[in-house]
Design a protein around this ligand. Sequence first.
Ligand code: C2E
Ligand code: SIN
Ligand code: SIN
Ligand code: FE
Ligand code: FE
Length: 518
Amino acid sequence: MASEQQEEFLTFADEDEVPGVEAGHGKEHWKVIIVDDELEVHHLTRMVLSDFEFDGQRLEFQSAYSEEEARQVLRDHPDAAIVLLDVVMDQDDSGLKLVRYIREELKNQAVRIILRTGQPGQAPEKVVITDYDINDYKEKTELTTQKLFTTIMAALRSYRDIMVIENNKVGLEQIIKSSADLFELKSMKKFASGVLTQLTSILNLHKNALHCNSFAVAKGQEKIYVLAATGDYELSDNDRVENVVPPHVLHCIEKAFRDKQGEFDGDHFTCYFESKTGRENVIYFEGQKSLTEWNRYLIEIYCSNVSVAFENLYLNEEVETTQKEIIFTLGEIAETRSRETGNHVKRVAEYSKLLALKYGLPEEEAELVRLASSMHDVGKVAIPDAVLNKPGKLTREEFELIKEHANYGYAMLNHSNREIIKTAAIIAYQHHEKYNGTGYPNGLAGEDIHIYGRITAIADVFDALGSDRVYKTAWPLEDILEHFRQERGQHFDPKLVDLFFENLPAILKIREQHCDPF
Ligand code: C2E
Ligand code: SIN
Ligand code: SIN
Ligand code: FE
Ligand code: FE
């Protein structure tokens, strides 16, 4: 598991370390902190409450014998349910100072504070209960066996109710936060593992993290395969599901696909998702304990949000796949027509992305430039063969014809609303504009030329000069670099030429990686 995810778990666990109100598996205890300078009080309290039980959980005691020690214990046990607090210890008002410490410094509003005093004169009940945020006030003499029982029982009940509200709040906040995150995620795999992680934290199952198994599966043409997994099924990505899970789990998954809906069943549940384009996914989740009504409610809200994100995701995926196919088809057509080698398009794409990134464009936009720049010469498909592939120097008329490839390319691409195609249209249109305004087709100058156009101009020429063409042989690298020095601020944006030279090693590496076979 990625360390980032682990951190998320840890953070979540820290924030949320309360005895699982819903965790009925008997290992949790209600924590009670006894703060008193008399040893006897500790013994007595522990003895009297030794077989106390509430909601299937027993008590666990922590003891502190001074104000200082109490601060430490309170810090160490933010999940305490009750503090039994003596008023007079080191100082007459030690207990009262601790109340302020708990509520104001530790900001713990949940723990129930029961003040116990042997000297009511030091802290009169009326004053204390009014001025201090405590939950009960008892004189020590009052705390007979039965009375203590009743007091603790009432305090735990109220603590439990507070924690249910608190947990619900945390769960809802988690859902709101994680649903928003999901829309950011692009790949199906990331999406699936994000969903599993979030479900885990929503359900608080991280307490049994070792026993909490989950995975997301997708239905392919013939098989169901695993997209992401946790617990026992981790590391089984891409595997066929039947190789990974036991038969009864497989049965649950197949049922979800068949019924086209998920279901809750004791300690496990399935969620079913279908995108508008017909892609189907199932998430299977199993924990150690039965899900409460509240858990189910959270899961249902979460799953309905996931459904929406899921539809978007597959929609994006499909659109992107289509776009990439179009791009490569078009790029290839252009390549074949002008007999340029297959790697020209790839190199121009990589140089362009590198320059885009170095220029400061965000990763997503740079990726767009990479894909789109492979179409820069797509307009050449409209140029007659005799001209395009003429072995020698072009006449003026012939060159005028070739210059039209920029307009043709733009005309072919400018009808789309798709981000990639729009980018490609700009690039096809402007990649022969020059910074000093002497380029074509429109003689644009400086920053009037779109940054995409200025970037691909450098990438294209760098590659053209270094390659054999029907009309010329490749230039030596030193001549090419000299050409760029001379054309800095003339043909090319000076800032980009500087970036080009600063990143020359990376550029040469790309050239090597996609070199033409000879
Ligand atoms: P291309 O071969 O992809 O070249 C792209 C750009 O690289 C050229 O744009 C030019 O700016 C630069 N470039 C390529 N080779 C040379 C060169 O030997 N010297 C210099 N100074 N620059 C070079 P340009 O000039 O607008 O040409 C656009 C397209 O027209 C070229 O794309 C190529 O397909 C075609 N073309 C240009 N000149 C000739 C030619 O003499 N004969 C033939 N058959 N085609 C040519
Ligand atoms: C979380 O569970 O807090 C977020 C996990 C993720 O986005 O991958
Ligand atoms: C469920 O949580 O079981 C239903 C969610 C869904 O199928 O969309
Ligand atoms: Fe061109
Ligand atoms: Fe080109």
